[in-house]
Design a protein around this ligand. Structure first.
Ligand code: AGP
Length: 606
């Protein structure tokens, strides 16, 4: 987690750093800080809270410099106090560091450094790095000291260093945490993510793992961790058609909910032809040969997309599919043969748990990843990747990436079916025709957002919610419940409808709100029975069903309707209601919707 930015050049460094940190705030927003060199000393400005507070403090100082590093923090080691805010510096205040990642052996290092009389001023793991470098510099030149320092660190780190005695030097290092370097007309930039600097550059170096960038007096070179120089080539920076602005919406989340029809269009277009009845997701078809099993790895919302994808692979290609939380997969002892295909799903492409899970099977099994970020760690470590074309998702709560992932899983499963001929071409064409209609059907729902707002306002004071769904809409219930708790801080839990009677029904009392995702699909009759059972015990039913389902309407205290749709695609429509419902409840509760407490968009720690 955390975002880091660095700049040396002709412009005002602090303006560029602040702008970059604002774009990286999705990676953490507990505190933020900058460091630069002033009068041969490291100067730091740090604030607890969001980047805007830091911006204000910097503006008050009226300082102008041409080189600086900055950090926005998601606290791991040490609470979010000013002392623990990055940048950190050494005992003599000659070196400053910003860090994204975790140093696993920091306690041992700290003990050793304290014995050598180093004084620590924070509880962070990061501070050991700068003291270790200071210690090495007592004996070795800078470059060797850097190598000696990073080679004893265990864990993940993207680092930037500046030096009071060498104001034209900036060193960037990447291991297991992302870092990008770019240059334009003698301006030099570092950032954890391209969004931090994309407005300034056209090309960038997306650094490989274990890379050092040594930037000194406007000259730069890349090295590996043994100190050997290496060649890296810059890549074109894609300017997204989705701007990182709220475009008149009150929150990024609302804007991103409304962008879903466009995100789906962008994601699926050019990947299929109804006329030819063909699908091409851009993956070498040899990967689809002789698959006996599929395992999907993902976390959070991406895990819920995987649960929906499971039905696509099993139903369209007859391949047994399982979905695992990446964070738990690592501990399993599995005997998979080469014929098991792995699919990793991650919006950010940087989720540490998913990265660790794919590293466990890399080389043994083929991995296809689905991400929203082309140069992310997960795409780079997979045998093939397919991108959702959603544009950046800024709100911490994932919305448009979820529905786009589902649409891609749908296409991927159909393209395997096309290869294995498990289902007939006519059937594939009819599925594609249904998929093509989805963006318009989504727009119909979005146009009714005011009515959803009214219903959400009736329930916003409830202390807890239950969600139910069955079959392919059970993951929608899980996702709806996650959205609600994530942004409104209301406790909620989701169950497969059939499970209520196995325990959770005891929670139902007079007025317990129960959101039931019950469109017209193969599970509809069964879930109606579950709703009835809950209603009999006092639950207030907020249902999501298909237009014309009067039986469901009669059981519901409030009902949201979708147009008739192929049952496999209904999650793309029912989800929109759960997102808007959660959004309007959170809005009424007056919480920070785009940046909920304790969270970060990209979870780069295990
Ligand atoms: C969803 O709203 C969350 N912010 C979170 O669960 C997220 O989906 C999860 O951390 C996985 O992220 P990824 O898709 O970037 O791997």
């Amino acid at each position: 987690m955390c975002g880091i930015v660095g700049y040396i050049g002709k412009e005002s460094a602090l303006d560029i750093i602040i702008e970059g940190l604002k774009h990286l705030e999705y990676r953490g927003y507990d505190s933020a800080g900058v460091a630069f060199v002033e009068k041969k000393k490291i100067k730091k400005i740090r604030e607890k809270g969001k980047v805007d507070l830091l911006k204000k403090s910097i503006e008050e100082t009226k300082i102008k410099v041409h080189s600086a590093i900055g950090h926005t923090r998601w606290a791991t080691h040490g609470s979010p106090t000013k002392e623990n805010t990055h940048p950190h510096s050494d005992c003599k205040n000659k070196i400053a560091i910003v860090h994204n990642g975790i140093i696993e052996n920091y306690l041992d290092l700290k003990r050793m450094l304290k014995a050598k009389k180093h004084k620590f001023s924070s509880e962070t793991d990061t501070e050991v790095i700068v003291h270790l470098l200071e210690e090495n510099l007592k004996h070795y030149p800078i470059f060797d000291s850097i190598l000696n320092t990073i080679n004893v660190l265990k864990g993940s780190f993207a680092l930037l260093f500046i030096f009071a005695d060498y104001p034209n030097l900036m060193i960037g290092i990447r291991k297991n945490s992302p870092l990008i370097f770019a240059e334009k007309e003698n301006n030099f930039y570092f950032s954890s993510d391209i969004v931090g600097i994309s407005s300034y550059v056209d090309k960038a170096y997306f650094l490989d793992d274990e890379t050092i960038v040594f930037l000194n007096n406007s000259k730069y070179s890349f090295f590996d961790f043994k100190g050997a120089e290496k060649k890296i080539f810059p890549k074109k920076v894609e300017k997204s058609s989705f701007f990182i602005e709220k475009k008149g919406y009150k929150h990024f989340m609302l804007k991103e909910i409304f962008e879903q029809p466009e995100a789906i269009r962008e994601t699926i277009q050019d990947r299929y032809s109804i006329e030819r009845g063909e699908i091409d997701v851009g993956v070498d078809e040899s990967l689809f040969e002789n698959i006996e099993k599929i395992r999907i790895l993902s976390c959070g919302t991406s895990y819920h997309a995987g649960l929906i994808g499971q039905f696509y692979f099993e139903n369209f290609s007859g391949i047994e599919t399982s979905v695992s939380l990446s964070s738990e997969f690592y501990y399993r002892d599995l005997e998979d043969t080469e014929s098991t295909l792995f699919i990793a799903i991650s919006q950010s492409g940087e989720t540490a748990d998913t990265l660790k899970a794919i590293r466990k099977i890399k080389g043994k099994n083929k991995i296809i990843s689905i991400t929203n970020v082309s140069e992310s760690s997960i795409t780079r470590e997979s045998d093939a990747f397919i991108l959702t074309h959603c544009g950046p998702e800024i709100s911490v709560a994932a919305t448009k990436t979820f529905t786009s992932q589902i649409s891609l899983l749908f296409l991927l499963a159909l393209s395997i079916a096309q290869k294995t001929e498990y289902i007939k071409k006519e059937k594939i064409i009819s599925f594609l025709e249904e998929l093509r209609k989805i963006p318009i059907q989504m727009e119909e729902i979005l146009n009714k957002s005011e009515s959803i707002e009214k219903i959400a306002y009736k329930y916003y004071q409830k202390e807890s919610f239950l969600y139910i769904g069955r079959w392919i809409n059970y993951p929608v219930a899980l996702e709806g419940s996650l959205k609600l708790k994530e942004i409104s801080y209301i406790f909620s839990e989701a169950y497969a409808g059939g499970q209520l009677k196995h325990g959770p029904i005891s929670l139902i009392d007079e007025g317990t709100p129960l959101v039931a995702v019950a469109p017209d699909d193969r599970a509809r009759n069964n879930i109606l029975s579950n709703i009835e059972e809950a209603k009999t015990r006092g639950a207030e039913i907020i249902s999501i069903g298909t237009k014309g389902d009067n039986e469901l309407l009669s059981l519901s205290d409030a009902m949201f309707v979708i147009s008739p749709v192929n049952e496999f695609l209904s999650p793309l429509l029912t989800t929109i209601y759960t997102q808007l419902f959660a959004y309007f409840i959170a809005l009424r509760r007056g919480v920070d919707i785009d940046q909920p407490r304790n969270l970060a968009k990209s979870v780069t720690v295990e």
